[in-house]
Ligand binder design. Structure first.
Ligand code: CP
Length: 355
């Protein structure tokens, strides 16, 4: 049985039944956490958006806005992470996330170390735990990890003292992608109330879908998902998400933004789709479907895109597309996440108003 620190501190750690004393357990001493200064994050690591409170998400969005302004300056560098070392630990391929984290770290003046599993002692059989312990023995402060196994970042929080940031763990979560998607919407809408976001495609295998669902629901948006019945878990309805298997019906409900997911052929262990051509016909976003979004509707995609499968080039490069804005915003959001996790404070309301 796993006994949590909280149970241990409360003096009720013995399991029921065999071995448990019958004497009354002393009243639990309340565990009082020190107050968190205003503007600081309540979370210590960013492992996923499930369970992250609205205030923390808003702090990240507000802080990202200040860093976005930095990215437009002639000298795009600020000093808050000077003296801190960040390791980017990538066990899976990545273009956007990896470059974006590295740039974010450099823009914040951190020292940056990049680790690629395919060119490391992982190839000689070294475990994740030993790899990270060795890297941390070199006095590093933050680990950004992408790993094919769901829960790998959570495991590291138990194995090390470093700050851990999940850059995508299997089909579980991709929290900075969820945050940059939300930032892209928030910078246009300023509020999620009354807005409906449709997440379209391979929901089953998508960490991006999961992070978007948790984050958007927390921020008060309406969330719908749509895809082939084989790729949409019906249990999502229990979270308050509307579930569709017909994209035209989903679009008829009034959608402010559609987040088009990539068909992940590498994660599909069995045949979930009859053919890519049929998927494209039944679920692909083309100009006719994009035109059915609400006025001012936005088309998003986390990348990499399968052009001609889940989205046509006409839409990907068209007026409603914010796909490259997402990439730009990813840099500001990752700067905000690293800055806040390392102890920075989000701007106050008066600081935001004076900007
Ligand atoms: N969106 C995303 O995670 O892209 P990469 O796999 O290229 O990092």
């Amino acid at each position: 049985m796993v006994v949590s620190d909280r149970e241990r501190k409360a003096g009720s750690a013995a399991p029921a039944g065999k071995g448990r004393r019958t004497a009354p357990v002393p009243a639990a001493t309340p565990v009082v956490s020190p107050p968190v200064p205003p503007g600081r994050l309540l979370i210590r690591h960013l492992l996923g958006l499930e369970g992250v409170c609205r205030e923390d998400i808003q702090r990240i969005l507000d802080t990202a806005e200040t860093f976005k302004e930095v990215l437009d300056r002639p000298i795009k560098k600020v000093p808050p992470l000077r003296g801190q070392t960040v390791v980017n630990l990538f066990y899976e391929p990545s273009t956007r996330t990896r470059i974006s984290f590295e740039l974010a770290e450099k823009r914040l003046s951190a020292d940056v170390v990049n680790f690629t599993a395919s060119a490391s002692s992982v190839q000689k059989g070294e475990s994740l735990r030993d790899t990270v312990k060795n890297i941390l023995a070199m006095k590093t402060d933050v680990v950004v990890i992408r790993h094919p196994c769901p829960g790998a970042p959570h495991f590291l929080t138990r194995a090390t003292d470093a700050i851990i940031v999940n850059a995508g763990d299997g089909a579980h979560e991709h929290p900075t992608q969820g945050l940059l998607d939300m930032y892209t919407l928030w910078e246009r809408w300023r509020s999620f109330a009354g807005r409906r976001v449709l997440v379209l495609g391979d929901i089953l295998h998508s960490r991006v879908a999961r992070s978007n669902i948790w984050g958007l629901l927390t921020m008060g948006a309406q969330v719908a998902v749509c895809g082939p019945a084989t790729l949409v878990p019906a249990c999502l309805a229990q979270l308050g998400v509307e579930v569709f298997t017909n994209v035209d019906v989903a679009l008829d409900t009034g959608v402010d933004a559609v987040n088009v997911l990539r068909i992940q052929r590498e994660r599909q262990s069995s045949d979930f789709l009859p053919s890519l051509r049929e998927y494209s016909r039944l679920f692909g976003i083309d100009a006719a479907r994009a035109a059915r979004l609400r006025p001012g509707g936005l088309v998003m995609h986390p990348g990499p895109m399968n052009r001609g499968v889940e989205i046509t080039s006409e839409v990907a490069d068209g007026e409603a597309s914010v796909i490259l804005d997402q990439v730009t915003n990813g840099l500001a959001v990752r700067m905000a996440v690293l800055y806040l996790l390392c102890g920075g404070q989000a701007p106050t309301a008066s600081e935001r108003e004076s900007e």
